[in-house]
Design a protein around this ligand. Sequence first.
Ligand code: XMP
Length: 523
Amino acid sequence: MEKIIILDFGSQVTQLIGRRIREIGVYCEIYPFNKIPVIDSSVKGVILSGSPFSVREEQAPQISLEGIKGVLPVLGICYGSQLMAHNFGGSVERSDSREYGRAHLRIIDKDCPLLKDIPEESVIWMSHGDTITSLPKNSHIIASTPDVAAAAYRFNDELTFATQFHPEVYHTEYGSQILKNFVCDICGCAPVWTADSFVESSVASLREKLGNDKVILGLSGGVDSTVAAVLLHKAIGHNLICIFVDNGLLRLNEAEEVMASYRGMGLNVTCVDAGDKFLAALAGKTDPEDKRKAVGKTFIDVFEAEALKHTGARWLGQGTIYPDVIESAAVGTGSAKIKSHHNVGGLPEKMNLKIVEPLRDLFKDEVRRVGRSLGIPQRLIGRHPFPGPSLCIRVIGEVTKDKLDILRAADDVFIRNLREWPCNLPCASEPSRTATNLYDAIWQAGTIILPVRSVGVMGDERTYDYTIALRAVTSTDGMTADWFHLPYEFMEKISNEIINHVKGVNRVCYDISSKPPATIEWE
Ligand code: XMP
């Protein structure tokens, strides 16, 4: 398959370049700058990303573009553009004018193919402390801003282009058009990378790779493992053995609902009811990390015991996705870590299993699109992220069955009402779609039961009951988050419904902290 290679110099937004290009329908791969892959005939172009470094620093990341620049189309973005200026006879200096944020771009070279179908003036996004003060040899300016003459330039007589601004960020009005001009017109890639084509080609390659082998896969109810399972099932049918561990820490009726959906999709899935084991492991534990470890270890024990029953299995299926792969490559391991929730790290050796990761080339939004293309119901595809340790980290302090029951009932009121409350904001998991209810507009929501009791009054009686905190956040990747502005009328309804219907609760609070400095979960 034809592809674009993105060389990453460490910018925070390198993944966005990849996502924009995939959105255009062209396949691309991201590599650290010091691990350039073999450039064979499938590579149609190379993009050099931004970086937190300055090209003037001694430890600045450097590469040789021999065999690439002048041979294949190249686009340097931000640091990438400055690196080429620096290395090919131009100069880069510390900037003394404003080069952060919005700026107005004016096209200078109207015939430049990189700027095809871009209006003469448009808004772009700058973010750099250095600036190009003289162009490299054999190049000319193609667009400028009032402060930055060389906002974009190209080398004469070769398909090498450079922008000091960031076409990949949303604030650059015609950023996607610029990337499309590069990958489609200049590199000549056809926009054929779609969810349907991915399903078709991966089913064929999974069939070839797995033959008649059996695969074991841990299902969590989350999007990644579900899509991985349905894809594998389409390829190898009943040779896919799915294990769903009910840890007794799930939401109200969640295990039953998820299992019903899985069976409805024809998956060969066993549910292991291990709630008692998890509760026993958590008994007496109050420290968040101790609780996480107890859940993680119990999960491994339960999953392994079930997996070992399937002696004929040859493979362990994983719902690893591309950001997991890039993250671990960036820290130097070069291969994806086993997903924390499915931390069955010892199993491959114990059972002599090989790993199969059908989604390891996909971004999260692509996983959702593939899921839709596979006919997985929206209720599963659009689910909020849910932590591996489940509700155990939302019962602050020691986890008991009573507190879990209170939390589950309160959580059910909150989540059910979020699903029923109309809203037409963008969908949190896929901003190009409009949400129809609050649940879809929110990135993640849940309730927390606090280890404090306070006095209240109900009818003629005094109560001494627990407090429930509500959490609802907007985010794109969970790394940063902001509290969602829930309508007051909605909060009023939830508070009344929880206090009136959930025995043991007499107070409801709304968490209005952003991350950082808070986190999404309370433990
Ligand atoms: P925090 O609380 O760190 O959470 O802001 C960021 C995202 O990660 C989820 N989360 C976890 N997921 N195991 C998981 O699989 C964990 O131990 C864990 N802790 C937090 C959290 O729900 C949010 O989506």
